[in-house]
Design a protein around this ligand. Structure first.
Ligand SMILES: [Fe+2]
Ligand SMILES: [Fe+2]
Length: 169
């Protein structure tokens, strides 16, 4: 990367946003096991378990992204994800355990987190593309696809039996 690129405002902005995302993933990986524990159905609990492992992978992938552009991985608090996770906690408090309403609420909270990730990865991989950071673009796109797949899985789960069950409670 040439010096001009490295000093550009756009490049600095890109790095700041990566730090934000790194914080978000690290915060999420701590909350997902709590959501797993709070889930009523084993299907949703399994889903959270799977995405915890995937989120660990996202963190490692972001570390590679930092490395690919010669930056040290560091986290800066992401207020948006902090808020989404805060909301997730209150959804658990506001719903009864062993109900499908709890699961419907957990899916809502999880999808808010996934959509935030999808928006962020989508934008940052496009930034990477325009800056010629081919490796970073590839890595960010890889995680983006996993976030999208997770979102689809959550929708399918909600529509398969959770929303219907919740409606009968
Ligand atoms: Fe993620
Ligand atoms: Fe995710």
């Amino acid at each position: 990367m040439d010096q001009k690129m490295k000093n550009s405002e756009f490049h600095k902005f890109f790095i700041d946003e990566l730090k934000d995302l790194y914080w978000a993933e690290k915060a999420l990986v701590k909350e997902l096991p709590k959501m797993q524990k709070a889930a009523t159905s084993k299907e949703l609990a399994k889903g959270f378990e799977k995405h915890t492992a995937e989120t660990e992978e996202h963190i490692a992938t972001l570390e590679k992204v930092f490395e690919s552009i010669g930056e040290k991985a560091s986290a800066v608090k992401c207020e948006a994800m902090a808020g989404i996770l805060e909301e997730g906690k209150s959804i658990i408090e506001d719903t009864k355990s062993d109900t499908l309403t709890r699961d419907a609420g957990l899916i809502l909270a999880a999808q808010k987190a996934e959509h935030y990730e999808i928006a962020t990865y989508g934008t940052l991989r496009t930034f990477a593309k325009h800056m010629g950071h081919t490796e970073a673009e590839k890595l960010l796109s890889q995680t983006l696809e996993n976030e999208k797949a997770t979102d689809v899985t959550l929708t399918k789960l909600a529509e398969s039996f959770i929303n219907e069950g919740a409606a009968e409670e």
